[in-house]
Design a protein around this ligand. Structure first.
Ligand code: ADP
Ligand code: MG
Length: 461
């Protein structure tokens, strides 16, 4: 998908005011009646209809006159609102090429003025299964806000909150930079999804680390629920980073055991198949971990000492509530049952937005975000309700004390991972393959084909 942000530069204050009015109207209407948009926007000099026409031309809105004359936001319209907020907050100044297309997201490179490149994930819940969203909507019809906008925003907030909390506990995740609407900005991982890796120098070590992460997550009261080769990134030094958190559940979830076993099974299967690791026999005497394993070497969920609610404080700090968790869980669980997306759909694709690689966004920094008051009027100089869950980028500048804590956490995590590694080493002893060298990665992310400017930035990390 091409995210043509060029248009953004030419949109006026009134354009954004009307776009925001549609967004606000969508809290109560799937299709927002044109006269309501006009009332909410209440442009000083009128002309809402002309603006609507312009937004329609740029595909930021969709027109629907089946029941009454009205409009709804398109994903692109929602993208623009989030991007504009991010630019106004100074999170980034330019949008670059697409680096990933997930099952329900699009991932782009974004850059700061100083050239730092980050990743922006735009959530698109319901993209692969609009039918599922519709079904969910039926039983959630008492909540008209339960639409893709709401779901995508929840998914982004959840992802941001979990990423931040996990990072604070020393887990190898991207650095969560900021979140607005359905958009999460995070550090760019210099690596490849494991699915693209054909050979590893140390498959056992990588395997142990990964299994160790699943166990360590459970000890922290969490299950990833989509822990597979698509959501594990690995760099040239075979350092592992886990990504993609909107579907995580607590270990107290009624299906926790099943989710945990499924995560473990995915990893065992993948490593068995791709790297020929065999797990049939394991020796417990080399291992001092308290986590028991089955005969097959798989850690058993019941033997893990779990601390449910461990991350609650951090999650709450990001504005992610229990109710948010319930809402998104209802959707995800329904979706999992209906969704039968093939693995291939996870694969990354690349597409470049322009020759220079980045579209710089010289937007009006003074532009206020707006919110709607009781009468449906937009209040200038206030953050929109959608913009309310911002993360504070400044909080990312950790103090020395925080760094010390982080180091302590890291040490603890490394210790725990080493424990897990020893276990899995034993499990993997049999059938081990002597791999002297690794293949070059299959670079589906298009990194090699990118402009030299970005390439330089990438290789300097
Ligand atoms: P989805 O939820 O749609 O599966 P993911 O978060 O798994 O989305 O991201 C899809 C793909 O985008 C990943 O497989 C990876 O290639 C790329 N990607 C996601 N986050 C990052 C990141 N922080 N740095 C680099 N690439 C990323
Ligand atoms: Mg994914």
């Amino acid at each position: 998908m091409k995210l043509d942000v060029d248009v953004l530069r030419y949109l006026s204050k009134d354009d954004f005011r009307v776009l925001t009015a549609v967004e606000l109207g969508m809290r109560n209407h799937e299709i927002v009646p044109s006269d309501l948009i006009d009332r909410i926007a209440s442009l000083k000099h009128g002309g809402t209809y002309k603006v609507l026409k312009n937004l329609l031309k740029h595909k930021l809105l969709h027109h629907d006159s089946s029941k009454y004359d009205g409009f709804r936001l398109t994903y692109l319209g929602y993208d623009f609102l989030a991007i504009k907020t991010m630019v106004n907050r100074g999170v980034f100044t330019a949008v670059g090429r697409q680096i990933g297309v997930g099952k329900e997201s699009d991932i782009f490179e974004v850059a700061r003025e100083d050239g730092t490149v980050m990743a922006m994930k735009l959530h698109r819940l319901g993209r692969t299964s609009f039918r599922a969203v519709k079904t969910k909507r039926d039983y959630l019809r008492h909540r008209s806000s339960y639409n893709w906008l709401y779901l995508s925003r929840l998914a982004a907030l959840k992802e941001y909150a979990f990423m931040k909390a996990l990072e604070e506990h020393g887990f190898p995740v991207p650095n969560a930079v900021d979140c607005n609407r359905h958009c999460v900005v995070m550090s760019l991982i210099q690596g490849y999804p494991l699915v693209q890796v054909k050979q590893l120098q140390n498959p056992e070590t990588v395997f142990d680390t990964i299994i160790g992460l699943v166990v360590h997550l459970a000890e922290h009261g969490l299950i990833h629920c989509d822990f597979n080769e698509f959501n594990i990134m690995i760099d040239d030094d075979e350092k592992v980073t886990m990504i993609d958190f909107p579907q995580m559940v607590s270990v107290s979830h009624r299906n926790a055991q099943m989710y945990f076993d499924r995560d473990i099974e995915c990893i065992f299967k993948f490593f068995g198949k791709r790297f020929n690791l065999s797990f049939e026999e394991r020796s417990d005497d080399v291992d001092d971990s308290e986590v028991e394993t089955e005969e097959s070497g798989r850690p058993t969920f019941s033997s893990i000492t779990k601390t449910a609610g461990f991350l609650d404080k951090e999650l709450a700090a990001s504005g992610f509530t229990t109710k948010d968790q319930d809402d998104i869980q209802k959707f995800i669980e329904g979706n999992v049952a209906e969704d039968d997306v093939s693995d291939n759909e996870h694969e990354s694709e690349s597409c470049q937005t322009n020759i220079k690689g980045f579209d710089s966004l010289n937007l009006d920094q003074e532009e206020p975000t707006s919110s709607c008051n009781e009468e449906g009027q937009i209040d200038e100089n206030q953050h929109s309700p959608e913009a309310g869950q911002s993360g504070d980028p400044e909080s990312q500048n950790s103090s020395n004390e925080e760094e010390d804590n982080q180091n302590a956490d890291d040490a603890q995590l490394m210790k725990s991972l080493a424990k897990q590694r020893r276990r899995a080493m034993a499990a993997a002893r049999k059938g081990r393959k002597n791999i002297a060298s690794r293949n070059s990665y299959k670079d589906k992310g298009g990194k090699s084909s990118n402009s030299s400017k970005i390439q330089k930035q990438l290789s300097s990390w």
